[in-house]
Ligand binder design. Structure first.
Ligand code: PHE
Length: 360
């Protein structure tokens, strides 16, 4: 490719000789470089080769430095040849680098192969306590009927827990055996009904609230009794509220929680703060009313107490019973939970045994 250079003087012979020699050198360096590139096995090696031939002190770069010894005619031709050789080598190195990179990647992937048949580690996710699951359902149902959720204190005064609720001083519920007294007039609330009074003191009718919470009674502990349990108090006060509204709301509630086919029975009962008062039973969800172990053969399960708010109670909260009327109910959350999940012992709800809780 090197064109014959015109020899114009004795110097010319030297230049031609110089050019030929450089050309040979270039060819042999290029060949050696190509062999070296081909022999590379990893990226570090190829980088070494690149520095050796193309680096600042590399062999091809060194040739360029000898160009000063060439004739002006030879110089551009030689320069072109060296550059061409450099470009070829650069391209070769880039290609080889890519091949080696790909090979390294394949190798790595092969080494990291995931065994998808291996069983995964079980991830433990926290869950709601069954009482909370049922409570959330109940709150949803009542909120959809327009009820607000309110809260009340667990440590109550005698006034809110009994007196204001029309419970006379000699009522058995006030007996020392049923109530945990903390001091003379301070006690652990025995019913969420105390929240009725606090609500009526703070809100003006129309009132539509539920108050879920813990209640306490000095009961002997067994499979169906616990000194701590849960109620959801409901209270509605407005003009013209009747027993029909009470029945409608509670029937709707029972159907939502137990299903449309559930029958609801209102039994006359007595509570000092409601008149008339009822207790509400629903057909046993386990046997659909036929009678089984869960309902103790009766086919019915009692789920709540309710009634029309007693005029004395309205009056003591500053609400005129001639103008307003209302109903209240108190649902037992624990019974609802044990029947829904077929839990045979109420104590399981409070012991927090992980083996029990993990089943929900
Ligand atoms: N507080 C009553 C109880 O604990 C239930 C109840 C609430 C009854 C509201 C009537 C009205 O048994």
């Amino acid at each position: 490719m090197l064109r014959p250079v015109v020899i114009s003087s004795q110097d010319g012979a030297y230049f031609l000789f110089g050019g030929e020699k450089m050309k040979e050198q270039l060819i042999s360096i290029s060949a050696a470089a190509k062999t070296a590139v081909e022999a590379c096995e990893n990226e570090a090696q190829i980088e070494e080769v690149r520095v050796k031939y193309l680096g600042k002190k590399g062999e091809l770069t060194a040739i360029l430095k000898q160009m000063g010894g060439l004739s002006p005619e030879e110089r551009p031709i030689m320069g072109q040849l060296v550059n061409q050789a450099k470009q070829e080598l650069e391209a070769l190195i880039t290609d080889k680098k890519e091949i080696l990179k790909q090979a390294a990647r394949d190798e790595k992937l092969k080494a990291e192969t995931i065994d998808i048949t291996m069983p995964a580690k079980e991830l433990k996710v926290g869950k709601l306590h069954p009482l909370n699951t049922v409570l959330d359902d109940m709150i949803n149902i009542f909120q959809s009927m327009g009820f607000d959720v309110v809260d009340g204190p667990e440590v109550e005064t005698d006034y809110y827990n009994f007196e204001c609720l029309n419970v006379p001083a000699d009522h058995p519920a006030r007996d020392m055996q049923d109530t945990f007294y903390l001091a003379d007039n301070i006690l652990l609330r025995t019913q969420t009904s105390a929240a009725q009074i606090r609500t009526m003191e703070n809100l003006k009718p129309p009132i539509r609230v539920i108050c879920p919470g813990r209640v306490f009674r000095a009961d002997e502990v067994d499979a169906t009794h616990s000194p701590v349990f849960h109620q959801i108090e409901g209270l509605v006060v407005d003009k013209g509220v009747t027993m029909c509204d009470l029945k409608g709301v509670l029937e709707q509630f029972a159907h939502e929680i137990y299903g449309k086919d559930t029958k609801v029975k209102f039994r006359p009962s007595f509570f000092p703060f409601t008149e008339p008062s009822v207790e509400v039973d629903v057909t046993c969800s386990e046997c659909a009313g036929k009678g089984c172990r869960v309902c103790k053969g009766s086919g019915w399960i009692e789920i709540l107490g309710a009634g029309m708010v007693h005029p004395n109670v309205l009056r003591s909260c500053g609400i005129d019973p001639e103008e307003y009327s209302g109903f209240a109910f108190g649902i037992g959350l624990d019974r609802l939970t044990t029947t829904r999940y077929k839990i045979s012992d109420i104590r399981l709800l409070f012991e927090n045994d992980k083996r029990f809780l993990d089943q929900f």
